[in-house]
Ligand binder design. Structure first.
Ligand code: 5AD
Length: 371
């Protein structure tokens, strides 16, 4: 391994040093392929995480509320145009059961995620779900929403009903790629505007990108990191692009690779690690997409600097209909999956932050600086 690289990594661990990394250095770190070198990068990112946040990993119980979607994103398995998907929508009773399970397992937060819908019936349903969650937990549970683009009024209603974090992935910050990956009508500027609205309404704001999707370069990923930095983002949820064969992008990728699926696992870990070096105190999720590629993918995400996991609490009978991509792990009972995840985290020296919300440290500092 070159001593320059070791020096670069060692330097980046110091407080505030990530901010001094140049675009060229970020790109170089993102592009590491040698295993020994990558492990050095992950160790450094893990150190920064320990210093800024500690060894705890926060769990959010993920509730997949429904798969009806108004959008037709070319990569996504639940896009409106995919006729093969059986559409579902949870009832308030389903949400109650999932929330109670999260409470029983002593999770500090839940996430409500679904396809993008802006109709009033849905907006009001989410409001009711938020009120229910607040009642069930006596206001103790943190609630993240991941429900796409909405108007300021809707974001405000949901904030008032008890949501305090919002995850809206920008998917890519290169407008040319954005337009390649999405049909006409998906408005890049609106999506950025939504992130700004969410911040104005005092949400903890999360975003993220697909990693390794067609046409994307390391320079694009550097641009994404700079976007997170500029937008003063509190949370990041990002993962490797995975093929779903019933999508236009999935078809195109399979044809170009003689039917083989690409493996963006290492690149995704690199992106997590470099995001940690650069942004230091944000919450970073170790996403299900990592788990889809490796059985220990999420644990390796933690060792590369992530500090949040979103174990699935959705009713088992609907999980097969929430396939954003192929090979999404679905079949396991939440409590069993929970027990083995806690154990595997213990084995890597991470403890779970039970019973606490695990809010973004970056958000707390950002608010203090603004007051
Ligand atoms: N591969 C990886 N991630 C995907 N998502 C959607 N489709 C795919 C795919 N094929 C992600 C998007 C979206 C999130 C809910 O799931 O980034 O924001």
């Amino acid at each position: 391994m070159s001593s320059n690289l070791l020096q670069l990594i060692a330097r980046s661990v110091n407080p505030g040093a990530g901010k001094l990394l140049s675009d060229t250095e970020l790109e170089y770190l993102l592009g590491l392929t040698n295993e020994t070198e990558r492990n050095e990068l992950y160790k450094a990112a893990y150190q920064v995480k320990l210093r800024e946040i500690g060894s705890r990993v926060y769990f959010r119980g993920l509730i997949e509320v429904g798969n009806r979607c108004a959008k037709d994103c070319y990569y996504c398995g639940i896009r409106a145009g995919n006729r093969k998907v059986e559409r579902f929508q949870l009832s308030l009773e389903d949400i109650k059961v999932a929330t109670e399970e999260a409470l029983e397992l002593n999770y500090g937060s839940v996430v409500l995620q679904s396809g993008e819908r802006e109709d009033e019936a849905y907006v009001a349903f989410i409001e009711e779900a938020l009120t229910l969650i607040r009642e069930l937990s006596g206001g103790a549970l943190g609630v993240t929403l991941s429900l796409g683009e909405q108007t300021e009024e809707v974001y405000r209603r949901w904030r008032e009903a008890g949501a305090h974090r919002y995850l809206l992935r920008i998917e890519t910050t290169n407008p040319v790629l954005y337009h390649k990956w999405h049909p006409v009508g998906c408005d890049f500027e609106r999506r950025i505007g939504c992130l700004e609205l969410l911040r104005k309404l005092d949400y903890q704001v999360g975003t993220g990108v697909l990693i390794g999707a067609p046409g994307q370069t390391l320079k694009d990923l550097v641009g994404d990191l700079r976007f997170f930095e500029r937008q003063d983002i509190d949370m990041i949820g990002m993962g490797p692009y995975l093929v779903h064969r019933d999508t236009p992008m999935g078809q195109e990728v399979l044809e170009a690779n003689d039917g083989r699926e690409p493996d963006n696992f290492d690149l995704a870990l690199n992106m997590i690690a470099v995001a940690r070096l650069l942004l230091e105190d944000v919450n970073i999720a170790s996403t299900t997409a990592l788990h889809a590629l490796r059985s220990d993918g999420r644990e390796r995400g933690v060792l590369a600097g992530a500090n949040v996991m979103m174990p699935n609490m959705s009713p088992l009978n609907h999980r097969k209909d929430y396939h954003l991509y192929q090979n999404k792990p679905t079949a396991v009972d939440s409590t069993l999956a929970h027990t083995s995840l806690v154990e595997s985290l213990r084995q890597i020296g991470a403890e779970v932050g039970f019973g606490v919300r695990g809010d973004s440290c970056h958000y707390a500092k950002r608010r203090k600086n603004n007051s």
